[in-house]
Design a protein around this ligand. Structure first.
Ligand code: HAM
Length: 429
């Protein structure tokens, strides 16, 4: 006998900090939310775009803005083995614009309307609703500066949230002006800020990106900023008309909003219409989605002078909002049909039957191992199935199968060779 050295139990590994797993049953909610958002976008004519998870670091530095927290503090940036600086995408808009330019989508029919989804990465301090890997569904509508498009994008975000049953949120709206009215406002704001007793870091921010100072949450700062000039009061006639047309469309669609002239978006590319969806059940991380116009971004990334507008909806936070409202976006049904075979011979018939049902487009699972009827029926129940197919010795003998309607608590014996058609028909009805 050889002595085996005692194996030390290895510690279990954990996911990195701030990176959520979505496992059943919550993963069904996750999928339902993502699919509902994407469906709403497809229904409005948006086409799917699949983007790289990492890009050249320069894309985000140039597109999102060096002075933003996202770029200056939160990016996952590293040198790859070829010593190129690459970054895990912190957001989707810059990547979409890069892909649109690179693939000449902007040379065709405008607007280009695209929808995407997936993970984004920001090295933020993790807390409830704030993750380092976050999930978004986003849309971008590129190439036409029409307030009707702003209204469409905002209404679409609202429809996305409604489609999963959310109600406890509000839409906040403002206009950040455009390249013609922003510099004058910026100077006015800086003039105001220079007169305040600001700490050194805030002074620096006031020079670099004065709009961001308005977002300082410290009570003493908010007090000092009460009389700060607001962009919304300094819009050019053109920007004002654009904004009023957008709000007019929203009124016509019956979409409620509040004007928040102090809104500060965390990314630098925004112009004109900006919006956020805020949910009251989430505590500090209350933004469930946001977006706006970014009329200079394409040129900034080396493309044409084309405008754009879009949004990013937070899937993680939508799940938390659903939980706060005690609502579910998922059906709770894993499959429609569940097969239960009693004995080896029955199983031999059940395996190909399940396969034929799947080929006919029926969502079906079956009981594995030898669980006994009670245990197997529990499996059918847990799967949320509408029908259980029970195949035992007596059914086998007659070439039939018992179809149990688990909602109506009724049972019917059906010939084995017609059960696929029978179920397809019942499920259609
Ligand atoms: P954003 O406001 O930075 O915009 O992010 C959009 C949404 O993503 C937020 O409202 C929030 O729900 C979610 N989110 C952001 N950071 C986190 C985090 N650390 N943890 C969990 N959820 C988070 C953008 O990303 C823009 N690209 C949206 C856009 C598209 N604007 C125009 N087009």
């Amino acid at each position: 006998m050889t002595d085996k050295p005692a194996q030390k139990k290895l510690p279990a590994l954990k996911a990195p900090k701030g990176v959520p797993d979505y496992v059943p049953p919550v993963s069904a909610e996750f999928r339902a939310v993502k699919e509902a958002f994407a469906l709403a976008a497809h229904n409005a004519g948006y086409e799917h775009i699949e983007l790289p998870i990492f890009e050249d670091t320069a894309l985000f530095a140039r597109g999102v803005g060096e002075s933003t927290d996202v770029v200056s503090k939160e990016m996952y940036t590293f040198a790859d083995r070829g010593d190129r600086s690459v970054t895990l995408r912190p957001e989707g808009t810059a990547g979409v614009m890069r892909a649109v330019i690179e693939n000449n989508l902007d040379r065709g029919q405008l607007p280009v309307k695209l929808v995407y989804n997936g993970p984004f990465f920001r090295y933020e301090r993790p807390q409830a609703g704030r993750y380092r890997q976050l999930q978004q569904v986003g849309v971008e509508a590129i190439g036409v500066d029409d307030p009707a498009l702003d209204a469409e994008v905002i209404a679409l975000a609202d429809r996305c949230f409604r489609s999963v049953g959310l109600t406890g949120y509000r839409l906040e709206l403002t206009s950040l002006g455009d390249a013609s009215d922003r510099p004058a406002y910026r100077a006015k704001l800086q003039e105001f800020l220079r007169k305040l007793p600001l700490d050194e870091e805030t002074q620096r921010r006031a020079e670099l990106n004065p709009l961001r100072v308005l977002d300082d949450k410290r009570p003493e700062m908010q007090e000092m900023l009460v009389d700060a000039p607001l962009m919304l009061d300094h819009l050019s006639d053109q920007s004002r008309a654009h904004f009023e047309t957008v709000t007019g469309y929203l009124d016509d669609m019956g979409i409620e909003y509040v004007i928040n002239p102090r809104m500060v978006r965390g990314l630098d590319y925004y112009t004109k219409t900006c919006f956020e969806f805020v949910h009251d059940g989430l505590g500090a991380q209350s933004g469930i989605g946001g977006g706006g116009r970014y009329d200079g971004l394409m040129a900034q990334l080396g493309g044409q002078e084309l405008s754009g507008i879009g949004f990013g909806l937070g899937v993680d936070r939508t799940l938390l909002a659903l939980e706060a409202e005690a609502k579910s976006a998922a059906s709770g049904r894993r499959v429609d049909v569940y097969g239960v075979a009693m004995g080896a011979e029955a199983k031999q018939k059940m395996v190909p039957l399940v396969d034929r049902l799947r080929a006919a487009g029926v969502a079906v699972d079956m009981s594995y191992g030898d669980r006994g009827l009670k245990g197997a029926m529990k499996g059918a129940d847990r799967a949320g199935a509408l029908f259980a197919l029970v195949l035992g010795e007596s059914e086998l003998e007659q070439g039939r199968i018992a179809v149990k309607d688990l909602q109506a608590h009724e049972q019917q014996d059906v010939a084995l060779d017609s059960v696929v058609d029978y179920l397809v028909e019942r499920l259609r009805g």
